[in-house]
Structures are given as structure tokens and as C-alpha cells.
Ligand binder design. Structure first.
Ligand SMILES: NC(=O)c1ccc[n+]([C@@H]2O[C@H](COP(=O)([O-])OP(=O)(O)OC[C@H]3O[C@@H](n4cnc5c(N)ncnc54)[C@H](OP(=O)(O)O)[C@@H]3O)[C@@H](O)[C@H]2O)c1
Length: 271
């Protein structure tokens, strides 16, 4: 982990809490070095009991933290930046925004200070330290990108991308959690139809999905070479797999990802 003083998450909702959970579980940061903000502060009570500072005061959080992770909704970021701008210090603060569709230029305009800005696109598996987080920065602030990478490496894997791929990162990396969860649910429903009780069907489907992912991530293999190992000629697996392809399995996944990426670009216009 790169050296820096305290970290604040400004706007601690779903993804903010997932990031906090991941940072705590990784032991990369102590509870005392983390500040969480939101307006409905009572929803952060569980973190308060862990020794994390929780507050509605964004300015106080900025004063005491060097790294500022912004995790509000896109429509809320301008007001937040206007609020914290007076306390932002050039050459000290780094803003890491996980806000979908708001570009580095837009954040810089709102911040009104030449602070380092990084965009990050994690997913909710960050709470289990299993996120894939895509990060981009403006070229003037390469060292800030290293800080971002070191933080998000503690809670999963990271990929550095050009900012113009942030919409694509949203679709594949963040929305992708929902796509694969739906695939697991579909497999478990098939399992129920062929005889398993729902609990066992879901357990089997989820563990199979985990095992398949580990074959790629840990063995560094290509999916097709692993598929070749389980598809014997005239066998059971190839019969089911080809039936799925006749029904548009790969095509549906590809089209869904392209649709989400297009929507991410069009809704937020920039990046
Ligand atoms: N969920 C995901 O999987 C995911 C993944 C990657 C990126 N993102 C992006 O992350 C952003 C947040 O998503 P989310 O799902 O976490 O939304 P969310 O649950 O609505 O969280 C946003 C939080 O910001 C707080 N907030 C709003 N204005 C504030 C202010 N002025 N000061 C302090 N806190 C403020 C809100 O709480 P109060 O009303 O209590 O203030 C709310 O809990 C979005 O841009 C989203 O696209 C989400």
C-alpha cells in the first residue's frame, strides 16, 4: 500500500459501504484511519461501533483525510464538489471517484483546484476483496493512479485503462456482477427442474461457477481449452452446450454487455 494519511469515503451508500468493508477485511487500513460520510448518518452505525469515524460533515472529513473516495450518485457529485472545494488542497488531496459517467474534466471543473483525480470502477464483490476495479487518471497525476491501484489491489484485482473505456468498464466489470448472478440463478433453476431442492441447486451452481472462474484465474487457461476437456465426442456436455448456443447463450451475453456499455455512454454523455 502506498503511503498516505487517512482515507474518507464521501457518500457511503451501497458501493461506499462495500469499499469500507473490503478495506477493513483486508487489514490494509486501520478503522481509525477511515472516515465515512452520508446524510442519513444512522445507517452507518455499525461502522461507528467498529471504531470508524462517521459524520455528516464532508468538510471535516476532507480536512482530516488525504485520499477522498467519492461514491455519491452522478446527480449528487456537483453539489458535493462545490461543498468540499474550499477545503481541497493542491499537492495534498487525491480524489478517487467511483461515480459512473462523470469525467475527470467534469470533476476537475467542480473541484476548482488542481488536485489529483482518479476514476475507479469497482463492483460490489469489493466487500469480499474480490472486486475487479478498472482505474484511469489524467496524465499529470500518474502517482495518484499508483495510489488508487494500491488501494484497490487490497480489495481485489485492478486494471489500468484509458478513461474513454470507463463506460465499457461499467458494463463488463460492474454490471457484470448482475449478469453472472443471473447466469447462476438460471443454472440453479435448471437444477431444480432436473431434481435438486432449490438450496442444493443454488449451492451446486454457485460452486461450479466459482470453480470455472478459478480455472481461468489460477491456472491462466483459456475457457475453450477447459471446455475441450469436458466435451467428449457425442457426449453429454457438448449436447447441452450446443443446445444453449442454439438458444443464443453467447450471443445474449455479448449483446447484453454491448447494450449496457452503450447505455453507460449515452446516459452520461462523456466517458
Ligand atoms: N453499486 C455498485 O455496484 C456500483 C459499482 C461501481 C460504481 N458505482 C457508482 O457509485 C455511485 C454510488 O452508487 P451506490 O449504488 O453506492 O449509490 P447509493 O447507495 O445511493 O449511495 C450514494 C450515497 O451517497 C450519499 N450522499 C448523497 N449526497 C451526499 C452528500 N452531499 N454528502 C454525503 N453523502 C451523500 C447518500 O446517502 P444519504 O442520502 O444518507 O446522504 C447515499 O447513500 C454511483 O455513481 C454508481 O454508479 C456503483
Amino acid at each position: 500500500m502506498k503511503n498516505f494519511k487517512n482515507i474518507a469515503i464521501l457518500g457511503t451508500g451501497n458501493i461506499g459501504m462495500s469499499i469500507a468493508d473490503g478495506l477493513l477485511a483486508s487489514n490494509a487500513m486501520s478503522a481509525e484511519s477511515i472516515t465515512l460520510t452520508r446524510r442519513k448518518i444512522e445507517r452507518l452505525d455499525k461502522y461507528k461501533t467498529m471504531g470508524i469515524r462517521t459524520t455528516t460533515d464532508n468538510l471535516a472529513a476532507v480536512r482530516t483525510s488525504q485520499i477522498l473516495i467519492i461514491a455519491v450518485e452522478p446527480g449528487q457529485i456537483d453539489a458535493l464538489l462545490a461543498e468540499i472545494s474550499p477545503e481541497l488542497r493542491q499537492d495534498y488531496h487525491t480524489i478517487i471517484s467511483v461515480v459512473t459517467g462523470v469525467s475527470i474534466d467534469q470533476i476537475a471543473a467542480g473541484a476548482k483546484k488542481d488536485v489529483a483525480i482518479v476514476r475507479a470502477m469497482p463492483n460490489t464483490a469489493i466487500s469480499l476483496q474480490e472486486s475487479i476495479t478498472c482505474l484511469a487518471s489524467n496524465t499529470q497525476h500518474e502517482s495518484a493512479l499508483e495510489v488508487g491501484v494500491s488501494i484497490f489491489n487490497t480489495v481485489g484485482k485492478t486494471v489500468v485503462i484509458e478513461e474513454n473505456l470507463m463506460g465499457a468498464a461499467t458494463a463488463l466489470g460492474a454490471c457484470g456482477i448482475a449478469f453472472f448472478l443471473r447466469a447462476i440463478r438460471a443454472a440453479s433453476q435448471g437444477g431444480i427442474e432436473i431434481g435438486f431442492h432449490s438450496k442444493n441447486a443454488l449451492l451446486i451452481a454457485a460452486q461450479v461457477a466459482k470453480g470455472a472462474a478459478e480455472l481461468i484465474l489460477k491456472m491462466d487457461n483459456h475457457p475453450e481449452s477447459e471446455i475441450d476437456k469436458v466435451t467428449t465426442p457425442r457426449g453429454v456436455t457438448i449436447a447441452g452446450l450446443n443446445q444453449m448456443e442454439h438458444e443464443g447463450f453467447s450471443s445474449a451475453m455479448i449483446k447484453g454487455i454491448v447494450t449496457s456499455a452503450n447505455k453507460a455512454q449515452s446516459v452520461y454523455k462523456k466517458n
